[in-house]
Design a protein around this ligand. Structure first.
Ligand SMILES: Cc1cc2nc3c(=O)[nH]c(=O)nc-3n(C[C@H](O)[C@H](O)[C@H](O)COP(=O)(O)O)c2cc1C
Length: 192
């Protein structure tokens, strides 16, 4: 299967540090790897409603939920490019992940079987100088990948506050050059 990367942009502003860093990493992907970029701020999902146990719960056929579901199912690699907001993923990103719970129970979607073996990656920018404060975001993505039996490529971290700051983080730019070439083992829950 040829690889297809879906970049899910979770910032509430465009061309922020997270997106800049993700684009630097994506520049290194081979040309035969397809890329799709979707900004959640530009394609907002309605409030998540938990319909998992409702019998008439059906697959979305239009709107941003359908766009994101189809793009997610079509991707071999999903890149969550979310800024660090309150030590975790942004609200837009969290809502997208909440939708995964609905898709897991949507008839005829086969979300769990489709996602198993695919790869989840993260890219995040944070203002704090201590990368360790992003551990909750890393844990969220690692555990979500483990739950779905996905591979996890880790999280590319960059430092910055105002847009463009991350371009001064030379260590992050260096990591971006090889990020998507790194090993992505099957995700495991901590202690498993
Ligand atoms: C709502 C909000 C919450 C934030 N929370 C954190 C945080 O917990 N830790 C941190 O280091 N930076 C935090 N920041 C700063 C952003 O992570 C930083 O500005 C980052 O560059 C934003 O990414 P973006 O440029 O891609 O939008 C926060 C910013 C906002 C707007």
């Amino acid at each position: 299967m040829s690889r297809r990367f879906l970049f899910v942009l979770g910032s509430s502003r465009s061309a922020g540090n997270t997106e800049l860093l993700a684009r630097r990493a994506a520049e290194q992907l081979p040309t035969d790897v397809e890329q799709q970029w979707i900004s959640l701020a530009e394609h907002p999902l309605p409030d998540f409603v938990d319909l998992r146990h409702d019998a008439d719960h059906t697959r979305p056929r239009e709107g941003n939920a359908a766009l994101l579901l189809d793009a997610t199912l079509a991707a071999t690699d999903i890149v969550i490019a979310s800024p660090l907001y309150w030590y975790s993923v942004s609200g837009h990103t969290k809502r997208y992940l909440d939708y995964w719970s609905g898709w897991l129970r949507t008839p005829h979607v086969d979300f769990k079987a489709t996602m198993a073996g695919r790869t989840l990656w993260g890219v995040t920018a944070l203002a704090d100088a201590e990368p360790v404060v992003a551990d909750p975001l890393i844990g969220t993505l690692n555990n979500s990948a483990a739950y779905l039996k996905m591979r996890f490529g880790g999280v590319l971290l960059g430092n910055g506050s105002k847009p463009g700051d991350v371009l001064n983080d030379t260590a992050a730019l260096a990591r971006a050059k090889t990020f998507f070439a790194s090993e992505a083992p099957l995700a495991r829950f901590p202690g498993a």
